[in-house]
Design a protein around this ligand. Sequence first.
Ligand code: FEO
Length: 393
Amino acid sequence: MRMIKPNVYAVGVIDWDRTLFDELIPLPDGTTYNAYLIKGSEKTALLDTVEPELKEGLFENLIEAGVETIDYIVAHHGEQDHSGSIPDVLTLYPEAKVVANEKCKNTLMGLLHLEEEHFMIIQDGDTLSLGDKTLQFLDLPWVHWPETFGTYLQEDKALFPCDFFGSHLADSHLYVHDEALVYEAAKRYYAEIMMPFRGPIRKNLDKLAALDIDMIAPSHGPVYDKPQFILDAYADWVSDTVKNEVVIPFISMHNSTRTLVNHLVQALIDRGITVKRFDLTHADIGKLAISLVDAATVVIGSPTVLTEAHPLAAYAAILTNALRPKTRYVSIIGSYSWAGKMPKQISGLLTNLKAEVLEPVLVKGHPKEGGFAALDRLADEILAKHTALGIVE
Ligand code: FEO
């Protein structure tokens, strides 16, 4: 339990040991589930709870903070890493009302089986007085789910935006103490959680620009006591600007596709293009996601398994499609022995992207001169496209 503003306490928990989120996202640095207690002169509010497995840590912090009564539990987001301990908090503090917007109420009734009577419904822009502290609620849809909202504590100029601006980073420091470390963790978080909602996030950033924000206290990772750092990073990530980079996730069974990939990598380097190469047998998909935030082009490499793409290449395509990066160009390279429909199958998995598909390079068997020449042409085309975007120095 630590104070971040007068009578405002961080009461969440650090999860040093978690390695996977949503059974999908690697957590190389653990995470935190941040909850905040605001003691006003008349009322007390708890902003979010924690992952139920670690609820005892939350309760210990509430006891340490001397909390005898909780009037409001503000539930910014339905996902259980923040909402999951609400039923237990209600058992301990039965007088508390769960403050949520209508959408969040419906989500929580479905996920936690809360009843209508538990809730106090708020609208975008509403304020709630705790006496000498005033909570202002702001709908922030799609950071991370459609119901997500945030709270602005007017007197202290502190924003509590839930998942928005968060990072999966277990860190003994309450505040950002190493911007490079937090930047990387926050970018990974953005890439995996937020990037599919780039458009709505831009609108949310515009909405926040009207506030005087002195501190951002998200629901994962360190608190930003100098918030401009993360606001600037988000403005860059959600912009339409792409970088002179090609991301190449690939898999190879007998080195034909690997030979193609290695040739293309060198051809792109020779043309002054940054390459990020991921062997899908062991790649950290979080790093792959980070690389997708900025890259102008993605090239997926796959052999042909029976008549189809290798499942790991299909997985990379499905993941890329789900994350909806601002990638402008995609292509597919690979090999086959007796059936050549793999490129069509992979491109058919990328329909969410607003990207032009450049002519794939598919070779029969192990690549020879004709295949290498086709890769050189692909590298030339990528260079020409990047040059036309004005991103080649
Ligand atoms: Fe941290 Fe979307 O929950």
